[in-house]
Design a protein around this ligand. Structure first.
Ligand code: NAD
Length: 254
């Protein structure tokens, strides 16, 4: 079965870079119109340029996902640009802790929860009414993490935030199941992005450790997360909702 999409317009947050950029490119390669969103305007415009260079259709809308009015404007801007919203990939996230739980600060807690949890909640809060107003099927994928499925030593706040993403995902999925809106989460293990490089590259031993924690013996590629997101949005996943899909080289199977 090939991946087919009944909708035409996708919105991706955190799309200036890494997993979000690759997923925006993948949606565009399938012929969807894509709204690329991020706080990083230069990076977001760069993603749009890559999509246009490949013959796709994309528009950048800057949005800080922690700000209610900006998220509302993002969904309104998507509809103004392309007339509708069929798929949303709520992917913007941060990881800033470096120590054990008792070494964390209130500022770190608020920042991580703000982007990773409030951001996903705000996005769905404005995306779902738009999808309901359209009356057609819609699909949302939120980026959690394997840190949303189990412990993440020295990243306890991040782990709590990603567990919360899964709670939001499951609850929204059940609330809107009969309205034809599917809501799933993708749970990457270590993926080769700037986020990974910030956390691991300073210490080559950590890089080796990162590869070894995956039974496949390597870290993941952004395209491998994009593929999972597109599958969850596609008609092939029509009976899948409230699911948290680990894309982790077998890491959570151990
Ligand atoms: P990245 O740092 O390359 O990309 C994250 C993007 O989010 C950046 O472009 C950044 O500007 C944007 N962003 C940050 N705060 C924002 C805000 N307030 N509003 C809007 N945009 C904001 O990282 P990535 O690895 O591509 O991460 C994408 C997602 O994947 C994150 O949610 C992250 O937690 C998750 N994740 C990453 C990994 C990994 O190993 N890379 C593993 C599991 C989960």
């Amino acid at each position: 079965m090939s991946m087919t999409f009944s909708g035409q317009v996708a919105l991706v947050t955190g799309a200036a870079n890494g997993i979000g950029r690759a997923t925006a490119q993948a949606f565009a390669a399938e012929g969807l119109k894509v709204v690329v969103s991020d706080v990083d305007a230069a990076g977001g415009e760069g993603t749009v340029q890559l999509i246009r260079d490949a013959g796709g259709d994309a528009t950048f809308i800057r949005c800080n996902v922690t700000v209610d009015a900006e998220v509302k404007a993002l969904v309104e801007g998507t509809v103004a640009a392309y007339g509708r919203l069929d798929y949303a990939f709520n992917n913007a996230g941060i990881e800033i802790e470096k120590g054990k739980l008792a070494e964390g600060s209130e500022a770190e807690f608020d920042a991580i929860m703000g982007v990773n949890v409030k951001g996903v909640w705000l996005c769905m809060k404005y995306q779902i009414p738009q999808m309901l107003a359209q009356g057609s099927a819609g699909a949302i994928v939120n980026t959690a993490s394997v840190a949303g499925l189990g412990a993440a030593p020295k990243m306890s706040i991040y782990a709590a935030s990603k567990h919360a993403v899964i709670g939001l995902t499951k609850s929204a999925a059940v609330e809107y199941a009969k309205k034809k809106i599917r809501v799933n989460a993708v749970c990457p293990a270590v993926i080769d992005t700037d986020m990974f490089r910030r956390a691991y590259e300073a210490d080559p031993k950590k890089g080796e450790f990162a590869a070894a924690m995956h039974p496949v013996g390597r870290i993941g590629k952004v395209e491998e997360i994009a593929g999972a997101v597109l599958y969850l949005c596609s008609d092939a996943a029509g009976f899948t909702t409230g699911h948290s899909l680990a894309v982790d080289g077998g890491a959570t199977a151990i």
